[in-house]
Design a protein around this ligand. Structure first.
Ligand code: TXA
Ligand code: MG
Length: 325
């Protein structure tokens, strides 16, 4: 059963405690309800994808109580500092380089070197983020393929029984998602139109790339959202999938009992637990890529992972990593 928590100090404290314990809690923001998880806890982040039933990992927005907290994990450009002063708290998400000291689990950013950060303009959401004291990863709180929820009832329609609680702060005043702007590479680029208009952004910082049709925006976003682009995700070593036997020049990404003989091995989940495997996937690929190169190995060999539940998202990511470049 999913608890429905009232938006009072008690409800906020309960929601914060659940998040700190690695549980999922939906909460209202000024835009839409988010499905929150402790962004520093990779297992909690994996369960977000599981609860949503998403067939792939895409990067999630990390929510913070203020700009200082956000900029501890993501490195602000001068433009970012200006936008934060003007639009935060508010419906604006900025994509920035991850700091080396970033506390956010790699899975929350889908393995990227960038991080999407936002400070929502909603008193209950801000009280919650303050109380949690850690970044909260939160995609919209709907099942994959359904529309974003703007009330606690909408959230429960899709997720009742799949999440620990929903913090009911009533209807969301803005009702559409935050604007996403990419400041991580060169010219500012609009990845998703939303609560802050392009005109308002340009009044503050000058020209912002875009001016595209929604379809073109989607394509551009796909190209700039590395999660969705093969080359950004691919390790530098070639990747061989469905490896049931391995040799000394293989760096093995194992799932469950591992075939013997690999040059080096990273275990996703000894017991074959898909949520554990998802939480360790990007860490494993990065580690094997580095370690394999150091040891002169020639490829990453990936043990079969069943395509059920989170396994589908894991295999989607692995297939991208193995795609020819
Ligand atoms: O209003 C909102 O932004 C809501 C509330 C809950 O805050 N959240 C939301 O999250 O809409 P989600 O996960 O549904 O959308 C995240 C968007 C996606 O379009 C994703 O591709 C983009 O942000 N995104 C996240 N991290 C990114 C990154 N590192 N690089 C590029 N795009 C990123
Ligand atoms: Mg969404």
């Amino acid at each position: 059963m999913t608890e429905r928590l009232r938006a009072d100090p008690e409800g906020v404290a309960r929601a914060a405690a659940l998040l700190q314990a690695g549980e999922l809690v939906a909460f209202g923001t000024e835009t839409v309800y988010g499905l929150g998880a402790d962004a520093t806890n990779a297992r909690a982040v994996a369960s977000v994808f599981e609860a949503k039933g998403r067939p792939h990992f895409n990067p999630l927005i990390c929510h913070y109580p203020d700009g200082d907290a956000a900029f501890r994990d993501a490195e602000p450009t001068e433009t970012a500092t200006r936008l934060a002063a003007r639009f935060w708290p508010g419906p604006l998400t900025m994509v920035l380089p991850r700091r080396v000291t970033c506390r956010v689990a790699l899975l929350a950013g889908a393995g990227l070197d960038t991080l999407a950060v936002r400070v929502p303009a909603h008193p209950i959401a801000l009280a919650l983020l303050q109380a949690v004291g850690r970044p909260v990863a939160a995609p919209s709180a709907n099942r994959s393929g359904q529309v974003s929820p703007t009330s606690a009832d909408h959230v429960l329609d899709g997720l009742d029984g799949r999440i620990a609680a929903v913090l009911d702060s009533g209807a969301c005043p803005v009702g559409i998602e935050s604007t996403v702007i990419d400041l991580s590479a060169g010219r500012p680029f609009l990845l998703r139109p939303g609560g802050v208009s392009q005109e308002a952004l340009e009044a503050e910082i000058g020209p912002v790339g875009s001016g595209l049709t929604p379809g073109q925006v989607e394509t551009a976003r796909t190209l700039r959202s590395p999660g969705l682009l093969v080359s950004h995700y691919a390790p530098s070593l070639p990747v061989r999938l469905y490896a049931v036997a391995v040799g000394r020049d293989d760096a093995l990404l194992a799932f469950g009992p591992a075939p013997p003989g690999a040059g080096v091995e990273f275990q996703l989940s000894e017991s074959g637990d898909l949520a554990e495997a998802a939480s360790r996937l990007f860490e494993g690929l990065r580690w094997l890529d580095r370690e394999g190169a150091v040891r002169g190995l020639v490829r990453i060999a990936v043990a079969p992972v069943p395509s059920v539940g989170l396994g589908r998202a894991i295999n989607d990511r692995l297939q991208r990593a193995a795609a020819p470049r």
